[in-house]
Design a protein around this ligand. Structure first.
Ligand SMILES: [Fe+2]
Ligand SMILES: [Fe+2]
Length: 166
């Protein structure tokens, strides 16, 4: 079954949103490097890599459905955040925005009676639960550490051990 034009456009938009997410997290990584937090920087670099994988999945899905993929301009991301907790809070807010967009895509698939796309999007629905929960738990840890420099140093070491998801 062919995708509706609205669905094809919406998936293209989300393909670019995922690239935009990667760009935002690379920018956060650069800010963490600049502030001598290499663990958080490495964590964000991995996160950016995951966002590129998310975008590739949309790319492939559009390809498989005989739809053209379009690359849109990516806005310049914020370059600096006041504190690590500020950055991760911004990441969580961004993930919530993405979750809302994914849910809107599911609603569109339902409206189109497009079962294949609804099923494809299910992976993202689950992934977004994990994305929000991961960001929230980092915020919790950073708030626990507060202004304690030794605590921040330890936490930076802890997050540096993050592995790329399978
Ligand atoms: Fe994503
Ligand atoms: Fe994400």
């Amino acid at each position: 079954m062919a995708l509706s034009k609205t669905m094809s456009d919406a998936l293209n938009k989300q393909f670019n949103e995922e690239l935009n997410s990667a760009y935002l997290y690379e920018s956060m990584a650069a800010d963490f490097y600049a502030k001598n937090l290499p663990g958080f920087a490495a964590w964000m670099t991995l996160q950016a890599g995951e966002e590129r994988i998310h975008s590739e999945k949309f790319h492939r899905y559009l390809d498989e459905n005989g739809e053209r993929v379009f690359y849109a301009a990516i806005p310049e991301p914020q370059a600096e955040w006041k504190s690590p907790v500020d950055a991760i809070k911004a990441a969580l807010a961004h993930e919530k925005y993405i979750t809302k967009r994914i849910h809107d895509l599911v609603r569109l698939a339902r409206k189109d009676d497009d079962i294949a796309t609804e099923t494809f999007l299910g992976w993202y629905v689950t992934e977004q639960i994990e994305e929000e929960s991961t960001a929230q738990s980092l915020i919790d840890k950073l708030e626990m550490v507060g202004d304690n420099k030794v605590g921040l140093y330890q936490l930076d070491k802890e997050v540096s051990t993050r592995q790329q998801d399978a």
